[in-house]
Design a protein. Structure first.
Length: 383
């Protein structure tokens, strides 16, 4: 994806965040893609899970099967949800940081960036709360929101201070260095390099240097070392955002660049995966490119339909969700909408043939109503 965008971005000597650059209007497809991505986390998965329990249709079971994480190597659609969100964070960052720099200067933008990153990280700590393990209270220091915070902060700092060509070089160095470490450097205690679970550098560093609660016993799927390639996921989204913001490129050509760039990422990831497996829990370089490739293609299609062809009625619920994605994510976690609906309808209804599916649909419906209310009232709670 980077190659297709560079000829457009690297004209002149200004950084991508030049304060004198015009700030583009909001692109609806970005909110829609963010909301579509978040939809599967805040209820979409549960709907198909409940539907599969009572349906004999093969396509329902295939979709439900894709809404499960891969145990280790490989890829399902559900594995793409988190990196797609990180990718869209990078896209949005281009517009938000450019506006902040234009209004208050680079230093003020970086201060706000760092504060937002810290707040989001602390929300991640609060999200998981205090977890008791072996009788001892612990905090999960690395998690989903913490990873977003780290990727957002460091990618944002690069955006504010480096030119696109330099950022691309840094991203390439990170991906290649991560591959080199995991592929060639022997893991202490193993005597050889490995990608196997519990026998690789990423897991080893977590086991020895990551304090607190770890999701997979001795290591964490959002662990310390894999934050580096996760930053690249955000950076690749940033390049897509720079493309969308570029006023000298026709909208239809932006679609072409996004889809062609995404296809190139998929091709590179597929070929590289013969030597470097696609493993989400390690956030391998091939996983970064594969996820970014699919995200770029999805963004290109959303942009084509919503912003170019102006066919946007179908995306309104996703725009509602996308406008307050993190807030709704937290609400879905801290307030059990399914349980609330279940209590209103009664356990006997839930245990009926269609009960589970109806409860899931109503719970998501309540969440959508809340999202619509917040969007219509312009209640945008963003970190």
């Amino acid at each position: 994806m980077t190659t297709a965008v560079e000829p457009i971005l690297l004209r002149g000597s200004e950084t991508p965040s030049n304060a004198s650059a015009p700030v583009s209007k909001r692109i609806v497809s970005v909110d829609a893609l963010r909301g579509f991505d978040m939809f599967w986390i805040i209820g979409g998965e549960v709907i198909f899970e409940e539907w599969a329990k009572i349906s004999h249709w093969s396509f329902v079971h295939r979709i439900a099967g894709q809404l499960q994480h891969t145990e280790w190597a490989g890829l399902t659609a559900y594995d793409l949800i988190f990196p797609t969100f990180v990718f869209v964070v990078g896209v949005s960052m281009v517009f938000s940081l450019s506006k902040q720099i234009a209004m208050g200067g680079r230093a003020a933008a970086m201060r706000r960036l760092i504060v937002r990153g810290i707040v989001l990280y602390l929300l991640g700590i609060a999200y998981y709360g205090i977890i008791t393990k072996n009788g001892h209270p612990q905090l999960r220091l690395m998690g989903v929101l913490q990873r977003i915070a780290i990727a957002y902060t460091f990618a944002g700092l690069m955006f504010c201070n480096l030119k696109p060509r330099t950022i691309a070089i840094v991203a390439a160095v990170i991906l290649l260095s991560y591959w080199g470490l995991l592929r060639f450097v022997p893991v202490p205690g193993e005597g050889h390099a490995s990608f196997e679970e519990g026998q690789n550098w990423t897991n080893w560093i977590d086991a020895h240097y990551l304090p607190g609660y770890k999701w997979d016993k001795d290591y964490d799927p959002e662990g310390l070392l894999s934050n580096f390639p996760a930053i690249v996921t955000c950076v690749l989204g940033m390049f897509a955002g720079l493309l969308l913001k570029e006023g000298r490129v026709r909208p239809i050509m932006k679609v072409v660049y996004l889809i062609a760039g995404g296809a190139a990422c998929l091709g590179i990831a597929y070929l590289w995966s013969y030597d470097f497996p696609i493993i989400k829990k390690l956030w391998t370089s091939t996983f970064v490119l594969m996820a970014a490739g699919y995200a770029a293609i999805a963004l290109g299609l959303f942009y084509l339909v919503i912003d170019v062809l102006k066919i946007s009625f179908w995306a309104r619920p996703f725009v509602w969700i996308g406008s307050n994605a993190i807030t709704l994510y937290l609400l879905w976690h801290f307030f059990d909408f399914s349980r609330a609906v279940d209590r209103l309808l009664g356990r006997q209804f839930h245990e009926s043939h269609w009960g589970g599916l109806v409860v899931a649909l109503l719970a998501v419906g309540v969440m959508l109503a809340l999202a619509r209310f917040m969007h219509k009232r312009q209640i945008l709670l963003r970190v």
